[in-house]
Ligand binder design. Sequence first.
Ligand code: NAP
Length: 349
Amino acid sequence: MAASISPLRSSYRICNSLSFHHYRAKLRMHRKCESQRRHLHASVTRHAAVVVSGTEMARQIHREIQREVEELVTGGNMRPHLGVVLVGDDPASRTYVRNKTRAASILGRKGISSDTVVKPASVSQDELLELIDKMNRDWKVSGLLVQLPLPGHITERAVCNAIAPEKDVDGFHIVNIGKLCLGQTSMVPATPAAVWEIIRRTGIETVGKNVLVAGRSKNVGLPIAMLLHTDRNHQRPGGDATVTIAHRCTPREQLKELTRLADIVIAAAGVPGLITVDMVKEGAAVIDVGINRVQDRTTGKLRLVGDVDFEGVKEKAGFITPVPGGVGPMTVAMLMKNTVAAARYALTH
Ligand SMILES: NC(=O)c1ccc[n+]([C@@H]2O[C@H](COP(=O)([O-])OP(=O)(O)OC[C@H]3O[C@@H](n4cnc5c(N)ncnc54)[C@H](OP(=O)(O)O)[C@@H]3O)[C@@H](O)[C@H]2O)c1
């Protein structure tokens, strides 16, 4: 601004016939024109965010997995196999399991195989642990997961810790969590791995950047924060970012202050509309992990939304992931990747 004002100031000095009020009016007019010009320029050059398609990225990963499996099978090895245990008949759990096993079948004969063992909600913890033990020892099962949540009479931690760490494709075993925190190679839970892969494949810079993760759950928010803040020179390279974790006790105004400083915002709270356009820095990368079912105001039907106000935020962000079609399909792809990694591990140990 100073550079554009000085010619006016000098013209005031040179042209003594201009009154001071006349000069002030001219200066105001000049400032107004300059601000309009800048606004016009900004609206012409401002682009909406790049919408990162998790669906497309997942397709690419599926092709990579098929090639990798083909290589394994051509080398005389067994096709990787995912064993899933489903307890009870919770509709959401059934849907999640169906999506996982369907992804395996989408990979077709060139991909991984899978099967699901269904147990009634009344199954005892001992019986479940016995089943896990049997699957741990079954060489045909490369990767194994027990769909959570489990009925109240079963201790989830005991079940997660019963799965052999090298078959634990969900990455929930205490050894895998510990290794993740220490920056060691481990099975990384699929959703945090999906967020990491999206960031890497999109080319979003993390080193020295500010990251805000909304959500601190053990399976989602915490491991995402771990991946992003740890050292890139560790055995399992981290993002070397400065990470802040928000949770339900973070006051909304404070959350807003933190998100406005963030180069990357990761919303993993399960709160629809948590992140709005006024909370986001221009050009930030916004990754929406949330999956919420809300009633559509016009149709009255249930629809899936994330934690981010997509329509508003996409006008300001640099990158944004949609819901559905963002982190969700990538999570399933990373689960398949973990299963292939488990099969590879079994070959060498
Ligand atoms: N896309 C996928 O594939 C995928 C996979 C898994 C989960 N998800 C979705 O991701 C979301 C999170 O999943 P989750 O398993 O981590 O859920 P969760 O176990 O319920 O954890 C939610 C986390 O969000 C925090 N939180 C709640 N309100 C908040 C607020 N106003 N501001 C900031 N943080 C807040 C909670 O804080 P406290 O710890 O203080 O309670 C908690 O840490 C859900 O919508 C879930 O459906 C998506």
